[in-house]
Design a protein around this ligand. Structure first.
Ligand code: FAD
Length: 318
């Protein structure tokens, strides 16, 4: 079932959903199941699986020179999605990226998903690879998520890259897109970021999942700006419970979001990370309950591979 259908069917109740990461290369799929199993009792309607593009690492050779290697540390997004749908009968949503893909690669990737009966995707640009400052598209790849969304919409109309293809069948993807209530780090202004978000919706995105937010007011201000700008699709807040003191610096640095002072002060008072975890869980419960009360269509939790704290939250919220 499509994410938009889950939202329509559960109107007023609030849909539980979360995101998992593929395990590091060499690990077993069991580790993914172990992070999903404890959350199944809360009846998630969809589970997102992130996509991780290649990274460059440099290895020293016997002559002392460095050699560049391309590695993919967390492969397996498509296989994991198929396994989740098969084992739990829950819709799994692969994240798909512009980065590292030509249009042809994307088409083949989407054909695989279609054959596997996966009909939801979250379409993203992806970040620059770690050794580069700016995002660089593949030659004949997409530069922005809006272009990837156009390709998806074309396939939903039966339009493939080879225009001479005869009797092609239309795919049926429900397309999600990302947004940033506190602005994407590269966007020159909130207004500019919103205009490009509008383009993604015009090109066919049917719902939005936001970057993690810790302050509900920032989420609702963003929703108000979207509605004023003519964006009508469901907007799902992304939530992440803090679990370590280090995240006070790490999260703003990595995700370009602010943490509210009240939360920061509570975390600073904690004697150890066990106490931080409790503060993070309580904060996230309060946030979740308030968001549901004000009618958000769904809540989306970033598990980062750990479900213990999400379970604590779901127990009190769903
Ligand atoms: P875009 O919508 O393409 O926007 C990127 C930037 O370009 C923005 O600043 C935007 O304002 C600007 N822009 C857009 N169109 C234009 C244009 N035509 N001209 C000029 N500027 C333009 N990353 C991963 O690698 N794997 C994942 O699985 C993953 N999952 C994510 C899930 C969620 C919910 C979120 C919020 C992010 C996720 N990311 C993931 C991170 C994401 O890939 C990065 O934030 C990336 O930098 C931007 O992706 P986007 O799809 O929002 O890009």
């Amino acid at each position: 079932m499509k994410v938009t259908e889950h939202i329509a069917k559960n109107k007023g109740k609030g849909v539980f959903s979360f995101e998992v990461l593929p395990p590091l290369k060499g690990q077993n799929i069991q580790s993914i199941f172990e992070s999903i199993d404890p959350l199944m009792e809360f009846d998630p309607k969809f589970i997102d699986v992130t996509y991780h593009r290649e990274e460059y690492i440099y290895k020293t050779q016997s002559n002392g020179l460095y050699k560049k290697h391309v590695v993919k540390k967390r492969p397996g997004t498509v296989g994991i999605c198929a396994a989740i749908q098969n084992k739990y009968k829950v819709d799994a949503i692969p994240h798909i990226l512009c980065g590292g893909f030509t249009k042809e690669d994307t088409e083949n990737f989407l054909i695989d998903l279609d054959f596997l009966g996966i009909d939801n995707v979250l379409a993203l640009r992806g970040d620059a690879v770690k050794t580069e400052t700016y995002f660089r598209a593949e030659p004949d790849g997409h530069h922005y998520a809006s272009e990837l969304i156009s390709q998806l919409s074309d396939m939903n109309k039966g339009k493939y890259l080879d225009e001479e293809l005869k009797n092609s069948s239309a795919t049926n993807f429900c397309i999600g897109t990302a947004a940033y209530p506190e602005k994407h780090m590269e966007a020159p202004s909130l207004e500019s970021d919103l205009n490009f978000l509008k383009k993604k919706i015009e090109n066919g995105a049917e719902y939005i999942i936001t970057q993690m937010v810790f302050d509900n007011q920032k989420f609702f201000d963003f929703v108000a700006r979207c509605r004023k700008g003519g964006i009508k699709v469901p907007i799902i807040p992304g939530l992440k419970p803090l679990s370590t003191k280090r995240q006070l610096n790490l999260i703003p640095h990595r995700f370009h979001v602010d943490l509210p002072d009240d939360l920061v002060n509570e975390v600073l008072k904690c004697k150890n990370n066990q106490a931080v975890k409790q503060v993070g869980v309580e904060w996230c419960i309060q946030q979740s309950q308030a968001l549901l009360k004000l009618g958000v269509p769904a809540l989306h939790y970033y598990t980062m591979g750990k479900s213990e704290n999400i379970k604590e939250i779901a127990k009190r919220v769903f």
